[in-house]
Each structure stands twice: as structure tokens, then as C-alpha cells.
Design a protein around this ligand. Structure first.
Ligand code: UT7
Length: 333
């Protein structure tokens, strides 16, 4: 049977570092609160002169291609996970395709599953490799969230959390896995617990006319943090266990867990429940905040570059976020 494996991985983050101290000067917050509740010390926010979702994704892609010793022309499909595309439409997949000089040559698909988006995208790509339809698939998670944040005291529970960045992997066929399995879930009951309402289409025509809009708060991220947190800790554990059970493996088999970087307290809770050591869980939320679909590929890329992933290691990816959606993947490196 044909399987898929990760042939290369890369990432890119904007140069613009936003510290907790800086945020304390523009809203009622402070370094102690942010570090204690989230683990975040700083995050990257885009520079409008230089950064777009698509061009950050292109930089991550070039790193992944170089590490895989491949050319952009080897890519035969793009799966792009983002909830913050450069335009309302089209999605950023086609913009990345254009950045890579592949316009008109291959197909590009966009995935909108928020923090679980990268694992959903990986799962889709894995199926296409298994069927033999494509041979070299670029899977991307990239976000610019800073422009959708309410950076006033009213929005402080989200403004201090989210960051911008991009990560990319190149998937190719393999005789042995590779990706052992992916597990995807969603529950729309909780759609409004973490969301951005506008520019939503299901609004009276007059409410969608820019000159009529006086309250722009509906264009900003809204999160019921406590509710999201409570569901996250349960679903993370469930979906990791589901992946282990499906492969007749146990938590003792995991060499490295790369969780979506939502909150350091969530990662630490999972680490404790799985009885993993600090070295067995990769976290970089301290430096980048929560970059939604980009967080797992950025973390995976950094973990790989730091030598924390060796051949034959069992890597577990897990995510939870808006939707709600949650997902996991087990990978034999
Ligand atoms: O990636 C998608 C998934 N996302 C997540 O998993 C996020 C899950 N949720 C969380 O990470 C946490 O709920 C937060 C970090 C968002 C909030 O932490 P918390 O410990 O749940 O705090 P809270 O919302 O219960 O708020 C506690 C207090 C409140 O003040 P009062 O009512 O006790 O006076 C908030 O107004 O902290 C206040 N607060 C802040 N204070 C200083 C909220 N945000 C801030 C802030 N700085 N930035």
C-alpha cells in the first residue's frame, strides 16, 4: 500500500516582535498576567509593508523545499490552511501558487478549520497521496491575525494571545508510513464561542455597505476563553488517545508531542496527563503566541531544526480550536 511521508518542513515569521510590555502601553494588561495565564512572552505581528499571508507561506515553502531537496516545480497540489486569507475571496492557495510561479499549472485548495486547519490539510493531502492522484503536495498553515484583533482593553483576552506566521510541509509517497493516521472532529454547537462575525454574508444588504458600518467590533476576534479552555483540555486528550488506540500504540511510544500552541497551560496539562517529560513536548508559544493554523508546522519545523526529531521517532500532532474543531495525527518520522 502507498503511504505518505513528510519530505521537508519550513517556516517563516514576521520580523516585527510585539512584547508584553508594548501591549501594556496600549491596553490595560501586564506582563505578569499574560505570562501566568498563557505562557506568552512575545509574538510576531505582520509589517504591512512586507508581509502577506501568501508571501509568508512562500518563504516557509522555500525552506521546506530546500530541506527536501526539491524545486517548486515538483509540487503538484497545494493545500492551504488559513482562516485569515489575504482576500475575503479567493483563498490564499492561489496567491501562494502565483508567488511560487506555479500559476495555471497545478490545483490549489483552501481549508478553513482554524487551529485544527493544518492537521485537516495534512489529512486531505495524505488521502490524495494514498490514492496516487498527486505525488508532491505542499501543505501550508499560515495566518495574519493581528489585523483582526481588537487591540484595546475591550479585546485584551484575545489581543495578547494571537500572532502571525507561516509553516509548510512537503508530502511525498512512501512504501512505509510516514503518516500513520489522522483523526478529525468538529462540533458546530460552539461556533460562536470563538469567531469573527464579519464580513459575514448572512446580513441584510444595508448592513454590508461599508458606509453604513459604524460599529466595526463585529470584524474582530471574539472568544469565550473559559469555555474554549474547558473543551480544549478534554478534546486534546480524547483525540490523542484515539490516534494511539487506532495504531495499537500507547503514550509511552510517543517520542515528541507537538500540540497546537493555544496556551502553555493547555500543553502542560496534556504533558502531565500523558506523563511525558518536558523534552517530549515541543512548545514555542512563548515566542510566537497562538498562530492558529500555522502553529503546528512552525513548531514542527523548529523542533526538527533543533534536532529534536530523529528518524523512526513517533511524532504526535494534536489541535483544538474554533468551530469547535479538533484533530490529531501520528507520524513515524
Ligand atoms: O487556539 C484556539 C483555542 N484557544 C484556546 O484554547 C484559548 C483558551 N482559553 C485561554 O487560553 C484562557 O481562557 C485565556 C488566556 C483567554 C484567559 O485566561 P483565563 O485564566 O481563562 O482568564 P479569564 O478569562 O477567566 O479572566 C480572568 C480575569 C478577568 O478579570 P475579572 O473579571 O476577574 O476582574 C479578565 O477581565 O482576567 C482579566 N483579563 C485580563 N487581565 C489582564 C482578561 N484578559 C486580560 C489581559 N490582561 N490580557
Amino acid at each position: 500500500m502507498r503511504h505518505s511521508k513528510i519530505a521537508g518542513i519550513g517556516h517563516h515569521v514576521p520580523d516585527n516582535i510585539i512584547t508584553n510590555e508594548y501591549l501594556s502601553t496600549i491596553m490595560d494588561t501586564n506582563n505578569e498576567w499574560i505570562v501566568e495565564r498563557t505562557g506568552i512572552h512575545e509574538r510576531r505581528w505582520m509589517n504591512p509593508e512586507t508581509d502577506t499571508v501568501a508571501n509568508m507561506a512562500a518563504k516557509a515553502t522555500r525552506m521546506a523545499l530546500e530541506r527536501a531537496k526539491l524545486q517548486a516545480t515538483d509540487i503538484d497540489f497545494i493545500v492551504f490552511a488559513t482562516i485569515t486569507p489575504d482576500y475575503f475571496f479567493p483563498g490564499s492557495g492561489v496567491l501562494l501558487q502565483r508567488e511560487l510561479g506555479l500559476d495555471g499549472k497545478i490545483a490549489a485548495l483552501d481549508i478553513r478549520n482554524a487551529c485544527s486547519g493544518f492537521i485537516y490539510a495534512l489529512s486531505v493531502a495524505d488521502q490524495f497521496i494514498k490514492t496516487g492522484m498527486y505525488k508532491t503536495i505542499l501543505v501550508v498553515g499560515a495566518e495574519i491575525q493581528s489585523t483582526a484583533l481588537d487591540i484595546t482593553t475591550r479585546g485584551r483576552n484575545t489581543a495578547v494571545i494571537f500572532g502571525d506566521g507561516a509553516g509548510a510541509v512537503v508530502l511525498q509517497p512512501s512504501d512505509k508510513p510516514g503518516i500513520l493516521s489522522t483523526h478529525l472532529h468538529s462540533d458546530g454547537t460552539f461556533a460562536e464561542e470563538l469567531y469573527v462575525k464579519d464580513p459575514g454574508s448572512s446580513r441584510p444588504h444595508k448592513e454590508r455597505q461599508p458606509e453604513q458600518i459604524t460599529d466595526t467590533s463585529t470584524f474582530k476576534v471574539v472568544m469565550n476563553g473559559n469555555q474554549v479552555f474547558k473543551h480544549a483540555v478534554v478534546r486534546f486528550m480524547e483525540v490523542i488517545q484515539e490516534a494511539l488506540d487506532a495504531n495499537k500504540l500507547t503514550k509511552e511510544d510517543i517520542n515528541l508531542l507537538v500540540p497546537h500552541q493555544a496556551n502553555l497551560r493547555i500543553s502542560q496539562y496534556i504533558q502531565e496527563k500523558l506523563a511525558l517529560t518536558g523534552d517530549q513536548v515541543y512548545n514555542n508559544i512563548m515566542r510566537y503566541g497562538n498562530t492558529t493554523a500555522a502553529s503546528i508546522p512552525i513548531a514542527l519545523s523548529e523542533a526538527w531544526a533543533e534536532g529534536k526529531i530523529k528518524e523512526n521517532d513517533l511524532i504526535c500532532l494534536a489541535a483544538f480550536g474554533s468551530g469547535f474543531t479538533w484533530a490529531s495525527a501520528l507520524i513515524r518520522w
